[in-house]
Write a protein that binds this ligand. Structure first.
Ligand code: ADE
Length: 254
């Protein structure tokens, strides 16, 4: 997967060299290209923002600079060595006003050959940028949660990691993706339950007997019960929604 990120803080993405994402990059599974937005600014001060029409606090990022940057990055991607990927990227604009980024969206993005992230600072990017690229590309305005960050960069880090770990060959154990909290399938809408490793007793706390029993059926049932308990305690909204239909008769007694 090719990932382009245009930002006034490309150095913010240094963590993508580390751990699982770093390995995915080394192995060519994740091909990340960082771009400094100010390279497309025209004045000596490399200004990228201006005051908002209609008044109000803060500054808004200028459309011409974003337009030139996005056009150039798309051209670069299209003419990249090896000719891959062709076509157009899916453009992702992080904003607290966007649609929620969920595991479902991460799975959808993981199927894309090319993502282009446009994280904003200040009060956001002039809205005509999304309008313009929406006529030519698939553009998503996406929020990673109901809180406001200082800029979209941290949201991009979150999304790249959530998507990157889903790419084939990135995780050692493919099953761990299927068992994730929020993963579709048998455990859809359930949070993952508690996990344990050796020793069997630590500071007086024992590993639940069932996990040492070797009885796979009982272990699976226990894990599901624990997942239900944790979901009811931490995220009752997940059980209250349409996902409740997925509960079996035994689940409802937990
Ligand atoms: N930029 C600022 N806050 C954000 C959020 N919650 N999600 C995505 N981008 C953001």
């Amino acid at each position: 997967m090719r990932v382009d990120i245009i930002s006034i803080f490309p150095e913010y993405f240094a963590p993508l060299d580390v751990s699982l994402m770093g390995k995915a990059r080394e192995r060519g599974i994740l091909d990340i290209h960082l771009h400094q937005l100010r390279d497309w600014a025209h004045d000596v001060h490399k200004t990228v923002d201006d005051t908002p029409y209609g008044g109000g606090p803060g500054m808004v990022m200028k459309p011409e600079i974003w337009g030139e940057a996005v056009d150039a990055v798309i051209d670069l991607g299209r003419s990249a060595e090896g000719g891959e990927p062709s076509g157009s990227p899916r453009m992702v604009v992080p904003t607290p006003s966007g649609r929620p980024f969920t595991q479902e969206v991460a799975l959808e993005y993981a199927k894309e050959p090319w993502l282009l992230f446009a994280p904003a600072r200040y009060e956001g990017i002039d809205s005509r940028v999304v309008a313009e690229y929406g006529t030519r590309l698939r553009v998503d305005e996406v929020s990673i949660g109901d809180y406001v960050l200082a800029g979209g960069e941290a949201a991009v880090l979150v999304m790249v990691e959530a998507v990157g770990r889903l790419l084939p060959g990135v995780l050692g154990n493919v099953r761990s993706v299927a068992d994730d909290s929020f993963a579709p399938g048998a455990m859809a809408n359930l949070l993952e339950g508690p996990v344990y490793t050796k020793p069997p007793v630590w500071r007086g706390h024992e590993v639940p007997d069932v996990l040492l029993s070797g009885h796979h059926g009982k272990i699976a049932r226990w894990r599901r019960d624990e997942a239900l308990r944790r979901t009811a305690a931490n995220r009752p909204d997940l059980l209250a929604g349409p996902g409740r239909d997925a509960l079996d008769a035994r689940d409802r007694q937990v």
